[in-house]
Design a binder for this molecule. Structure first.
Ligand code: AMP
Length: 372
């Protein structure tokens, strides 16, 4: 396992908030940060030592990042796979390119999760709408049709309740091939963030329960309010997937919990995840510090939860009411990502609250009316 040490440079593809929080964690230990992003003043660019301003798939810019960096990581999966693959031949990219190839395409992702032995919803993959129509009986209704490429926060998917509504999915195929999966009548959504180094040492962060509003993550509650059996099953499934994929770095595994406490894997993200932000304050090691350890070839630390926690996302429309509320909440840890424009629904930051009483704190959050 190649070890990267403080003073050396970590290159990050992508300058968003995840890159920023990775970079901040790395800088604590004295690493230098280089970032590739199309925007000079990106959230990560603001804290980086070296900024390469170019599109993510710009070959010369990727090469330049390789030249100035001792190790390269990425903060999002929708980067150009071919570009990343080329970079693995000329620079140290311990995570490789394969995990990006798999997770940027839902068809590949489902196939790999299935091959790992972890459970997924019944699904079919289709290149064309006609192919979908001919196979949909295998999945039944209601179902969700999702584009294979490029969907996030509920974009690029439609719920279909019956055969006569299937035409509503037709326009998705102008974007890419699709999958159709059975609608899962879940009781809760949870996520396991698993991190692994090149020696196969791996740890899961305490499992988060995720509450979405308008398809965007609103709150993560840790520990998830589910039976212990669910936590054990969820960790076991995440471990299976991480081992199957020979994970190095971070994998977020989003799951549905069913009424009978069984779990179904929804999707994967090969990077630190919004539902793990609570770990910055609430754990003995944050997802960002652990990610840096994993890609720098350091031994990992077993995460320990200091206190039950709630993370709440701050979107553009929450910035003004939040600023007014700051003075009343010394117990809120406030993280803003340095984005200039507070557009509606744009993720601008998050807050984390450690608490002895989750239910009471949830009520207090509601009572502020910042998020209502
Ligand atoms: P995704 O982009 O796959 O994470 O889906 C966004 C959200 O849509 C999830 O967080 C769920 O709330 C919902 N969803 C996705 N797939 C399903 C499904 N098969 N059954 C029920 N709800 C789903």
């Amino acid at each position: 396992m190649k070890t990267i040490l403080p003073g050396q440079t970590i290159g990050i593809i992508g300058g968003g908030q995840l890159g920023r929080m990775m970079g901040l964690a790395a800088k604590e230990a004295g690493f230098r940060i280089a970032v590739l992003d199309p925007v000079m003043d990106s959230p990560c660019g603001q804290i980086a030592d070296i900024r390469i301003v170019a599109p993510y798939n710009d070959e010369a810019a990727l090469e330049e990042l390789g030249e100035v960096s001792d190790v390269i990581t990425y903060e999002f999966e929708n980067i150009d796979y071919e570009g990343l693959k080329r970079l693995t031949q000329i620079a140290h990219v311990p995570q490789g390119a394969e995990l990006v190839r798999i997770t940027q395409n839902r068809i590949n992702e489902k196939a790999e999760i299935t091959a790992s032995g972890a459970p997924v919803a019944n699904y079919v993959a289709a290149q064309t709408f006609e192919e979908l129509a001919s196979q949909i009986a295998e999945v039944g209704f209601p179902c969700i049709v999702k584009t294979a490429f490029g969907g996030y926060d509920g974009k690029g998917q439609v719920k279909i309740d019956s055969e006569k509504d299937l035409h509503e999915a037709e326009s998705l195929f102008t974007h890419s091939a699709c999958i159709a999966e059975a609608f899962v009548p879940f009781t809760k959504e949870i996520s396991v963030i698993i991190q692994r180094n090149a020696e196969g040492q791996s740890y899961c962060l305490p499992i988060a329960e995720n509450i979405h509003k308008h398809h965007i993550l609103h709150e993560s509650i840790v520990p998830a309010r589910v039976h212990e059996n669910v936590l054990a099953r969820a960790e076991e499934a995440a471990m299976k997937i991480a081992d199957h994929l020979n994970l190095i770095g971070t994998l977020a595994v989003e799951m549905f919990v069913l009424e009978n406490d069984e779990i179904i894997i929804n999707e994967l993200a090969p990077r630190p995840h919004n539902s793990g932000h609570y770990s910055i304050e609430a754990c003995s090691i944050s997802q960002f510090h652990q990610h840096i350890r994993a890609v720098c070839g350091w031994p990992l630390r077993k995460p320990k939860l200091w206190a039950p926690s709630i993370m709440v996302n701050v979107l553009g429309e929450h910035i003004t009411p939040l600023s007014k509320a700051v003075k009343d909440h010394p117990d809120w840890s406030i993280h803003l990502y340095g984005k200039a424009e507070a557009k509606e629904k744009r993720k601008m930051g998050h807050i984390t609250i450690m608490t002895d009483n989750i239910e009471e704190t949830l009520e207090e959050i509601e009572a502020t009316s910042i998020w209502s």
